[in-house]
Design a protein around this ligand. Structure first.
Ligand code: AHM
Ligand code: MG
Length: 335
């Protein structure tokens, strides 16, 4: 008989020992994210009803104020983490500054900070296209017992202890890593339970999909222009297929399953690129590497960049390792 799929809850308990500090706190953080993801999922799925129950900024028929979904998701994730008293600080793409979170007795004894993009690609909500949540967990570097400082958040990506995303798509999935491979869990909405559906997710070394906003072509660096032309050339297994949703989590998820590369380069319009190092690129880079892929800023490893500010932007090349390496080759020609 086929073995029943594990639930995320069972999996978290089973894997707790694998985590080097194994105090149970990290498991509780993943549990909090699991809960918040279900709440946000419920709301995202109702987004299409906004025209019926009232648009953001208006009151719905029950007289409740409607809220923008990204603001809502931000509040849900922050409140869920605060309520469980397991982190000492949170930084979010939606907030200018980080939030200090005190422990149970008003102390500062918690050890972890969470950084997140609560609803990435939110402009896609209005057109019924998948969006996602991205999160990243670090151990604080300042002494336990003192309030968190900026230093606790400005750590290079290779210090992450966990990272993941939730994709609110045709089905809702939570995909995460704690540095022991990548596993994906699919939500059964009927009973509100995530089941292990994609164990040990892997990027193939080569792929046939390239994902980049080609509307910006004219503004791209020459290395990226040349790489795009290379993808389109008739030779060997090329031309590749072009796929771009404009929702990082969705583009990444598809490329991890099918093999491909995602690129958001610098451009003359956005000299540092668009994506945020701490909330988007580092967590995706950690997942990519854990799945056998590669993540680069065009010249070097994303996870080795020492962040200088919370909302720092970086160019992002991420996906199947040989594809990212090839793009880097083109970039190097014009360095
Ligand atoms: P956001 O954080 O404001 O939602 O922006 C990030 C999103 C990514 O999900 C997506 O890959 C990218 O922006 C798309 O940008 P563009 O429309 O410039 O191609
Ligand atoms: Mg974002």
């Amino acid at each position: 008989m086929k073995e029943r799929n594990k639930t995320l809850g069972e999996y978290i308990i089973e894997k707790q020992e694998e985590f080097k500090y194994s105090s149970g706190e990290l498991s509780r953080i993943i549990n909090a994210i699991r809960l918040a993801a279900k709440v946000v999922n419920y709301k995202v799925n109702k987004a299409g009803l906004v025209d019926i129950v009232g648009a953001a900024g208006e009151q719905n028929i029950q007289g409740e104020d409607q809220q923008k979904l990204d603001v809502y998701a931000n509040e849900v994730f922050i409140q869920t983490l605060i309520n469980r008293e397991i982190v000492c600080g949170i930084a979010s793409e939606e907030n200018d500054d980080f939030i200090t979170v005190h422990g149970k007795a008003g102390d500062d004894n918690n050890k972890y900070v969470v950084l997140m993009d609560p609803l990435d690609g939110s402009s896609n909500i209005d057109v019924n296209v998948s969006v996602g949540t991205i999160f990243s967990v670090y151990r604080r570097v300042t002494p336990v017992g003192t309030p968190v400082t900026l230093e606790d958040f400005l750590q290079p990506g290779d210090q992450q202890v966990a990272a993941g995303y939730v994709i609110y798509g045709t089905s809702t999935m939570l995909v995460y890593t704690t540095g022991h491979g990548v596993n994906g869990f699919t939500l059964n909405p009927a009973i509100g339970t995530f089941y292990l559906s994609h164990p040990n997710m892997q990027y193939s070394a080569d792929g046939k999909i390239y994902s980049v906003n080609e509307g910006n072509y004219i503004h791209f660096p020459q290395g990226v222009k040349d790489y795009i032309k290379y993808c389109q050339m008739e030779e060997g297994d090329r031309p590749y297929t072009s796929r771009y949703i404009g929702s990082l989590v969705s583009d990444f998820h598809r490329n991890m399953i099918k093999g491909g590369v995602y690129i958001y380069p610098t451009s003359s319009k956005a000299p540092n690129g668009k994506l945020r190092l701490l909330y988007e690129c580092n967590p995706m880079a950690f997942i990519a590497e854990q799945a056998g892929g590669k993540a680069s800023d065009g010249y070097g490893r994303i996870m080795e960049i020492k962040p200088t500010e919370l909302h720092q932007r970086v160019p992002f090349f991420c996906g199947s390792k040989n594809m990212v390496a090839k793009a880097e080759e083109f970039m190097a020609k014009y360095k």
